[in-house]
Design a binder for this molecule. Structure first.
Ligand SMILES: [Zn+2]
Length: 102
């Protein structure tokens, strides 16, 4: 979804997966907005749950779908890692997940 930052007035596209996770949080934690982070100025941009609902009317189904995809992806990755370990017989390098510490 396209979002206009209320701080620097620049447009940016919010990642759909992140938005769906945000919807899940809204639904489960009784929030009334979703905070997107502006990539230009790093400010949190508040998006109302109404706007989110309008953008993703089928968010529940899409969220489930996303989780399914994530699980399958992890399974695939685990299998590939297993195979790679068997084939090479040496430990694979661990990829570090980038985390934002803020
Ligand atoms: Zn901004």
């Amino acid at each position: 979804m396209q979002i206009k930052c209320s701080h620097c007035n620049k447009m940016f596209a919010e990642n759909k997966d992140a938005a769906l996770a945000g919807m899940f949080a809204i639904h489960n934690e009784g929030l009334n907005h979703y905070d997107a982070t502006c990539p230009h100025c790093q400010h949190a941009v508040r998006i109302s749950d109404e706007r989110m609902n309008e953008t993703y009317p089928n968010w529940e189904a899409e969220y489930e779908d996303m989780m399914k995809r994530a699980t399958e992806f992890e399974k695939k990755q685990a299998k590939l890692a297993e195979q790679a370990a068997e084939n090479k017989g040496k430990p694979k390098k661990e990829k570090k997940k980038r985390k934002r510490n803020r």
